[in-house]
Ligand binder design. Structure first.
Ligand code: DX5
Ligand code: ZN
Length: 224
């Protein structure tokens, strides 16, 4: 008799709706849900912190009505402390804020998100060292390592950031912390292998999922 051993992957896939058709966002999110997405990654851009503008609180509020999947809101905005709580009230399950945008207020902003009732996370750009977030790791439910400079989908994966993913994993395990480690930018079926090997367990992907003829297969391939 053969035993069926089913090893369920602990890797979560978070498609980025930055690559969706904004004129049919509801259908796009429903389709991602049916295709096996674990989270919906919402890229909020203000045209100041990054050179692009996307959507804000109302989009999150409206998406909350049509999906039960966790909404993972990546705030690429200046003064995230001003808006983070409103994203939580709109229905965000996770709110991540950039160390570069928060500066001295990073810890307080993370606390604010937590106190408002959502999971919180700190994000670092490809050229920001792990030391910028090390002191707040005990507060973080998630750490997001950018593998492209934020602002646009479809950029090339920056492999150098994998060392930071490894460092963060090491620091977390040394201190018995259990934050998720998310990676975002240029992830496809090839680069995801390196990201997972380095210790990332939440995988954001925009263009590689949206360009795929079969989104469910693309999500399965990323999860591995
Ligand atoms: C970049 C965004 C990413 C982006 C990823 O500023 O934070 O979430 O949408 O898109 P791809 O997977 O196309 O690099
Ligand atoms: Zn993102």
């Amino acid at each position: 008799m053969t035993m069926q051993t089913q090893t369920k992957s602990n890797v979560k896939i978070a498609p980025s709706i930055l690559s969706a058709d904004f004129s049919k966002m509801g259908e796009e999110v429903k389709n991602l849900e049916e295709s096996g997405a674990d989270l919906i990654h919402c890229d909020v851009m203000d045209g100041v912190f990054v050179n692009n503008i996307t959507f804000g609180i109302k989009m999150v509020e409206d998406l909350r009505k049509i999906t039960k999947l966790p909404l993972d809101c990546h705030l690429m905005i200046v003064h995230p402390e001003k808006y983070a709580e409103r994203f939580v009230r709109a229905g965000a399950d996770i709110v991540t804020v950039h160390a570069e945008a928060c500066g001295e207020t990073l810890k307080d902003t993370l606390m604010l998100i937590k106190n408002a009732g959502a999971k919180c996370g700190a994000v670092i750009n490809p050229d920001t060292p792990v030391s910028a977030i090390e002191s707040v790791l005990p507060l973080c439910d998630m750490v997001l390592v950018m593998s492209v400079f934020p602002g646009f989908g479809g950029q090339k994966f920056i492999g150098d950031v994998l060392n930071k993913v490894r460092d963060i994993r090491r620091i977390l395990s040394k201190n018995n912390l259990h934050a998720d480690v998310e990676i975002d930018g240029g992830i496809n079926a090839e680069t995801v292998v390196f990201a997972k090997e380095a210790g990332a367990n939440v995988i954001v992907a925009g263009s590689s999922i949206f360009k795929a003829a079969d989104r469910a297969a693309a999500i399965r391939a990323l999860r591995g």
